[in-house]
Structure formats: C-alpha cells, structure tokens
Design a protein around this ligand. Sequence first.
Ligand code: TXA
Ligand code: MG
Length: 359
Amino acid sequence: MLYNRRMETQIIKINKENLDSIEMDEAGKLIAAGELVAFPTETVYGLGGDALDPEAAHKIYAAKGRPSDNPLIVHIAEYEDMYRVGRNIPPQAKLLADAFWPGPLTMIVEKSDNVPYATTGGMDTVAVRMPNHPVALALIRKSGCLIAAPSANTSGRPSPSKASHVAEDLSGKIAMIIDGGEVSIGIESTIIDLTEKTPMVLRPGYITPKMLSDVLGEEVIIDPGIIAADDTKKPKAPGMKYTHYAPKGKLTIVEGSREDVAAKIRSLVAEKKAEGYKTAVLCDTDNVKLYDDGVCENVFDAGTKRNEITVSAGLYSLLRTCDDIGAQYMYSESFEEGDMGYAIMNRLIKAAGHRIIKV
Ligand code: TXA
Ligand code: MG
C-alpha cells in the first residue's frame, strides 16, 4: 500500500475559547476515519492516529520516516482507559496517575489484546500517557478513539514545539495540523517502566526520578542504557537508541566555570571563523554579554538555569534555527543544574553526539 501520497494539509488554529468548534469536530472525525492529525500537548506536538487501528500506525511511521520497531505512545483522556490498553496494571500506576496526570509522564505497562502490535512496535508492553493540554484532551474525546502519537517531527529532526515546525516536516503528508500555539515544556515526557521489578525511568523529562520515588515511596532507577556515553548498553526504550535531535552542524558542549567556558567558546569560534565556517553560540541568558567580543556571531540566549523551563521550552526550536541559518559549528554552555537539568542535558548531549569539552 502507498502511504506517502501527497495530500493537502489543513491547518486550523484552536485555543481554549474555540475547543467546541466545527474545526475541532472535523479533527476528531479525521482521527476516527483513520487519518493523521498533529496536535499540541504540554511537552511537544504529537502526530496522532487511532491507537487501535494498525493502518493508522503504519501511516504514522510512513509520515515520520520512522523505523516501525519504535513503539508509539497511546494518549488517553480518562484513567479508566488504562485498563482498555493495559493489563496486570500494577498499583503504582494509580498513585502516579493521581499525582501527575494529566501531565508529562508516560507509563509502560503490559499491553492488552486491544492494542495492535503495529502500535507497540511488536512489543508486549504499551506506553500510556494523559497529556495536560486542553486541545489534546478535546481531540481524544471528540474522536472517540485513543490516540497513538509520537512527536510530530520527521525522524531524526528535533521534536516540534510549535505548529510551524510540524508544517516544515509534515506538510503534504498528513490530513491536518492543529495550531494551539507554543508548547510550555518543550521536551518529551518522562517515561517510567512499571513492568520492571523496580520502576525504571527510560527517558528523563520534566517529572524527575525524585518526584516519582517520593510519590511511590520506593526506589526508582534510571535505565543504565541512557546513562552510558557509548553504545555498550542498549537503552530499553527503542527510541532512545536512535541518534535523535541531531542538528546539521557540529554541536559541542563546553563545561566548566562560567568565565573559563566563555573564554574557551570564544577561542573555538575565532578558530572556526578564521577557517571560514559559520558558527553559533548557545548560552545562558545571564552570559550573553560574555560573547560580545566582536568575533562571536549568532549568539543565542537559550534561557536561564535559574528557571529551567525557559531552557527546555526553546531548546529544540534553537536547534532548528541553527539548521535554518546554516551554522556549521555550534558551541553550547552546559545546562546541567537543578531538577530538569538532567533531562535537558540528555537531549543536548545527544544533539552534540556526545562531544563535550571540559575546561
Ligand atoms: O511528550 C511525549 O511523550 C510526546 C508527546 C507527543 O506526547 N511523544 C513522544 O513520542 O515523545 P515519541 O514516539 O517521539 O517517543 C516515544 C518513546 C520512544 O523512545 C519509544 O521507543 C518509547 O517511547 N516507547 C514507547 N513504547 C514503549 C514500550 N512499550 N517500551 C519501551 N519504550 C517505549
Ligand atoms: Mg520523538
């Protein structure tokens, strides 16, 4: 079957005020008819299709150019639907749902027979999340479906934090994009695997291991496969093994004290500029002036560690901007600090292909 036929992608603008509109009804109907609709969540935009329809899953993989062994997250709007898609649901699920749903947490449980293997990439487990966004919840309810949705980017590109990013990647390949404005968190949900003896974080995000273990009253471990700096250990979430979030240019992270890092980045930029390359710098709001040396170009304020959500919210957008301006060498400060620092650095280090200089 040919899935990559070109089609007209309709873009509609929806906010809290027009959730009950003809356009939203149509979006729901498209999902129910097996078509794909991209929609905003609080983390990143998702590319939605009927989670119980294997054909919809195939369309999602084709539109993203994503390997079909990489399972999709099923988005639900009512907790009871956890029992439609999962089985042997452990008691931790309810505790976590009460504390964090709707919200940026995905739970892995055993899958029920209702969920096709096309959706779970052949796995016997399923990833489930209740997103905290009025448009996402309204879309699920209006469609009458549960919605399988990976991030709405072309595989290998940064996840989309606004509708224009989705349009860049998927225009002509999906039926509709719902533009609900910019997302608030900007990096994908935390994934916790509840099928392990000890709950295991497979992907770090806004909800930290400490927040999870505080609610569960038990230890939560981090998948050793995402900590490893090389390929010696395989991450348990298939998606974490792909070189995600890779910008076209070479990104290097420089770590150390504020002044030393700035000095190193200034000299690296000077070197590359002298060789004729286009460069860019990603730095903390508080440090922008350190790069005002008349040599550094494309100095981007990447938000501030004092308020980490300002960093996560704009991170992927900045990486896309670096591509757009044709930056060949990018240098970033480290944002390893505070609660979400670990999740932010997980994405940034991947984007940098593990190139880190310590000064
Ligand atoms: O914030 C998010 O989670 C966004 C929004 C749209 O909800 N979605 C998202 O989906 O990031 P995606 O497909 O880009 O990432 C899903 C990740 C992949 O790394 C995948 O391998 C993993 O979840 N995953 C899904 N089901 C799994 C399962 N049964 N076992 C292990 N990992 C699973
Ligand atoms: Mg993704």
